[in-house]
Design a protein around this ligand. Structure first.
Ligand code: ZN
Length: 247
């Protein structure tokens, strides 16, 4: 599903457009004019559906050079191992999350409780991604004629990055699970979720200039993405907490 000159939606689950496995987050393809990158990898249950969408958009999955993860929660990072096996792409994950994916450390990504809570199927297991490499805020990723810059955006998870896209027909922010349509946020009861970190992250995003907001779930904004950050900030500024996005 083409969104802009360089961005396509190639994976999306039941909380989105139902393009791929129901447990998938939004998976975006960045077309660098030859080299390709994926933002996030979905849950890993039907990675072939994501690659079928890449082909249907007119691209060869063999040209996917990079899979950049916003964070390692299973709906975003679980597909990194399976997609690496299918494409050979480099897998970039925030800081220590690369190690968690290498070891398939389910505790580190709060998977066991999410499984018990019914967020994932009872028989779902995290596939290891031996190829995962660490990336940090400030790092840049060249994708042909486009460029991604990682920004540290902790809050929903301690190890969480967002990516600013330049070189497209508009600036964009791949926000992962930081902010959703209408300024909703996603607080979890996991030990590494921090409301204070999320407030600081939102203020940082409030200083960025971008048009498109490509979140990890639900509605996508192609022209006025900043308004969703501003909506969250208005609530935080009133010392309240924005409504939670219930995936
Ligand atoms: Zn998440």
């Amino acid at each position: 599903m083409r969104l802009t000159r360089r961005v396509h939606l190639v994976g999306s689950g039941a909380t989105g457009a139902d393009l791929s496995n129901p447990y998938d987050c939004h998976v975006y393809l960045v077309d660098g004019g030859g080299p390709l990158a994926l933002i996030d990898a979905g849950v890993g249950l039907e990675p072939e559906l994501i690659l079928a969408n890449v082909r249907a958009a007119g691209f060869d999955p063999a040209n996917i050079e990079t899979i950049a993860l916003t964070h390692a929660h299973a709906d975003h990072g679980g597909g990194s191992g399976p997609l690496h096996e299918l494409t050979g792409a480099d897998v970039l994950a925030p800081g220590p999350a690369a190690g968690w994916l290498k070891q398939a450390d389910e505790e580190a990504i709060s998977l066991p409780r999410a499984r018990v809570g019914g967020t994932y199927p009872a028989d779902y297991r995290l596939a290891p991604c031996p190829a995962a490499v660490s990336i940090s805020g400030g790092d840049t990723i060249k994708v042909g004629q486009a460029r991604l810059t990682a920004i540290a955006t902790p809050g929903h998870a301690r190890e969480h990055l967002s990516y600013v896209l330049e070189g497209d027909d508009r600036t964009g922010l791949f926000g992962g699970d930081v902010v959703f349509q209408g300024g909703r946020i996603l607080l979890l009861s996991t030990p590494d979720c921090s409301i204070q970190d999320l407030v600081a992250t939102m203020r940082r995003l409030g200083e960025l200039d971008f048009e498109a907001l490509y979140p990890g779930h639900a509605g996508i904004s192609l022209r006025r993405g900043r308004q969703h950050v501003d909506a969250a900030l208005r609530v935080f500024d009133a010392e309240e907490i924005p409504p939670n996005f219930n995936a």
